[in-house]
Design a protein. Sequence first.
Length: 304
Amino acid sequence: MTFSAQVKTELCALPIERDCCAAAEAYGLLLYGNRFDEEQIRLVTSYDALAERIPALFDRGFGIDIGAGSRQRTRTEFIIDRDDHRRVIFHTLGYDYKYHLTYHLNRNVIEEDCCRTAFLRGVFLAAGTVASPEKKAHLELTTSHQGLSREVLSLMLDMGLNPRQGVRKSSALLYWKDTAGIRRFLELTGAVRGAQALEQEARQKELRNRINRRVNCETANLIKASNAAAEQIVFIERALELSEEELFTEAMRETVRLRLAHPDASLSELAALHDPPISKPGLSHRLKKIVSLAQKALTSEEKP
């Protein structure tokens, strides 16, 4: 089951507590569904949980029995072609049945906060998709009616939601690409488990990113230290070939011997091997001095 299917199944399991909210949720389904006009109302879904919820919504919201729908392979189709049923739906939603329906949002029938939430739930159930938490964050609502999409956007902004707008071919999109925005929408519409799954994955991603950054930083430091040690050894060995240890002071000679004996040791490890141990900054300064003396010796040897 896809994550979208899991979220929709969770939403469909929510109790239908008020008649007005049932009508509001059905309103979202109708506006973002397959067909909604004075000649026919048609809803098609491939989700079994939604197929079971639709008749209950129409019963509670409009007081009509639309039946269990017609099963066609993996989809269930609901067709409301009775004139009296369509009249009841239009009247409840504040539309004039005498004229061809223009797809627009009548906000007068979703004035209560609970009804607005129910309406958006219906919109998502009809035309929403949300990416799995493991993938890039993405939730979108799609309709072929541009004006309707703008009106729903206005409603969302009033509710504190901030989706982006877009167009794909002939479809208008409202979408989010940030986990926080998607989580807010899912929580608002009632998909609490879905929102928690997104939050958990976001935290895991951040933890993985922090670990990767730390590992990369430590790796870079190891490479830098290894390169520095290799450079030190090259200059020391070449200088020793010219003048053995006379080039260095007694303290430097101990460091030279330890560096050559422990080429892979870090500065901290090498500092601890001295007798007595010296500080890491002190060892770093000494090694720089050793390399500088070696370079000067090699330069002098190369001059004619």
